[in-house]
Design a protein around this ligand. Structure first.
Ligand SMILES: [Zn+2]
Length: 202
């Protein structure tokens, strides 16, 4: 792992430069990378509990926390402090980022996800993380994956995909196994105050 300009890394300055005025903070804070919950293996959700108020509340809180971040394309439950095997993808942002994605724009929920196939074919993909502010990096990811999970209604979903969605599946399943992208990245850099401000504008 390489942090460019690490001698000049001043988190306090970066945060001070982050425009907080007029910015609404999420009801549930997104936990940051030094929090050990991000390193645990998340617990599977009992199938009988998928429709329970408790799990519905966790999913709602995840959506609120994700949508409060303008660049939040996906979030895993440990990122809001819940060690459960759930991740959510923003329907609107996915559609915007990937015009080929066919969906009605509603958020996608994956419970107890399992990656069943990873292509041997890999590519270096740029990514960041809501729990690793404000670093960005290049990670080698499989270009195609297959995933099996339950949706929020307890229905089994099987999905084979490529591109951005394949990258998100790998990043989010890593979260559920206690792995952050910075563990795997072969290049990591800190975003400038200008880049951060630009992200918040979108
Ligand atoms: Zn992440």
């Amino acid at each position: 792992m390489k942090i460019e300009n690490s001698s000049e890394y001043h988190p306090a300055l970066t945060l001070a430069a982050f425009p907080t005025k007029g910015y609404s903070f999420p009801m549930k804070d997104i936990v940051q990378r030094d929090n050990t919950i991000l390193r645990d293996h998340a617990k599977p959700v009992l199938i009988s509990e998928i429709n329970s108020p408790k799990i519905k509340k966790v999913i709602d809180d995840m959506k609120i926390a994700m949508h409060a971040q303008k660049d939040g394309v996906a979030i895993a439950a440990p990122q809001i402090g819940e060690s459960l095997q759930i991740f959510v993808i923003s329907g609107p942002l996915l559609k915007k980022a990937d015009p080929d994605f066919k969906g009605d724009g509603s958020d996608l929920v994956f419970i107890n996800p399992k990656i069943t196939k990873l292509s041997r074919d890999k590519a270096g993909m740029e990514e960041g993380c809501l729990s690793v502010r404000w670093l960005y990096g290049k990670v080698s990811r499989s270009t195609r994956v297959s995933l099996t999970a339950y949706d929020e209604n307890g229905k089994i979903v099987k999905r084979g995909t490529s591109g951005l969605l394949a990258q998100i599946f790998q990043h989010e399943c890593d979260h559920l196994n206690g792995i952050l992208f910075t563990d795997k990245a072969n290049e990591v850099w800190e975003m400038s105050a200008e880049e951060i401000a630009e992200l918040q504008k979108k």
